[in-house]
Ligand binder design. Sequence first.
Ligand code: UDX
Length: 446
Amino acid sequence: MKKICVMGCGYVGLVSGAGLAQFGNYVTCFDIDKNRIEKLRNGIMPIYEPGLQELVEENSRAGRLDFADDLSEALNNCDAVFIAVQTPQDVDGNANLEYLYKAAEDIANSTAGNPVVVIKSTVPVGTAKEVAGRINDKFEERNLGYIAEVVSNPEFLIEGKAVKTFLEPDRIVIGCRQDEKVCTLMKDLYSKPADEGRELIVCSNETAETIKYAANSFLAMKISFINQMALLCGETGADIDTVAKALGSDSRINPRFLNPGPGYGGSCFPKDTKALVRTAEKYGVDMSLVREADDSNERHKEILAGKIAAIMNKNGVSNLAVWGLSFKAGTGDLRNSPAIAMVKSLYAKGLHIKAYDPKAMKEAEHLFKNNNFNIELSADMYKTLEGAEALLVATEWECFRESDISKVASSMKGNLIFDYRNILDPIRVKSEGMKYYGVGRRYETD
Ligand code: UDX
């Protein structure tokens, strides 16, 4: 059984740590936040992620997973140390590597042995090489005679499905040479999913680092593309649902990530597209497709908000109910949420807004308060509709998809429905005497 240390008990670190333990490795998760470690030792998760608590409990009980706030202790006899710290977006769009370099420095200063350093965080191409150089400098200072081995092993976790995506990945990308000892170690750590037929892609660190940005940017482009097509359908009378279905049935395209909506958000796509554009600029390479996907995504939210404002204005109404604030269903995460962007824009346009989200109420209260936004939050999805002249569905939560349309109609004061996730049945909505506005949808009674 291999011994691993995971640095950073955030979202990626915790899921990876618990997942690697589930693969049969012995894992110590380290974090500088003592309070967080104490809570984790008591089974309290710092984030909400379906299945994570159970996975942590199961592996802790089995003696394969523990938590430490002392790095030297966590690194003791380790075969590999995974760095899973945040690499947030800098003001200029670049990835901020401050925490990552600090983690590398801490490893170099604290370790007695020479564990393989595995970078899980999303980092621009060239970072693994830079990290190896920095660690080697420290090793030299300490006269250890070690040469650092650094492997890029990017994570492709999807919020809300992170445990499943870790345990049953589409592929595992490992940046190292096939003939190196470190490659054997990495394959060993992932032998369980590999034995189950999951693909292991072994490549250079530069390739591994690029794959992560390429994957996220490609998906972002796919979403921006379908959103632009949806706007066109909205103007021409074509139906985006049918267009997307037909597109997706081409096996070369595939149906996933072709759902039109208010634009993509979250902690990855907006950040990673920008960072890739910055990297390309650095090398003098044209990355205009990705830049445009990102710019178009920004404009898209404003275009949709503008449509709501114009229609409400035309109808002489100003009370809007908003269902959904998180950047997608299944999470309370508000980072770069298109729902929040639209709420901010509509608030600035003078609308009175009352909002509800099944998971993000506390975070939303905080955010609105900090920004001095006078937006009312309602703890009940139907009560949010009282006095509302229009409803915006901004996140695709199941409870909205399955909402009782007659109850919606009778709870509201007005009759405008902006279904910006295309999850309601337009004909059903119209049958209650309401006006339906989706994103590029055409339906029978038009
Ligand atoms: C993404 C990647 O999927 C994952 O591989 C990577 O590791 C991190 O970034 P995540 O941010 O958790 O994961 O969310 P994802 O489910 O990919 O959705 C991102 C955004 O795109 C959301 O705002 C979502 O609503 C939007 N989206 C997604 C669409 O608008 N349409 C779609 O068809 C799919």
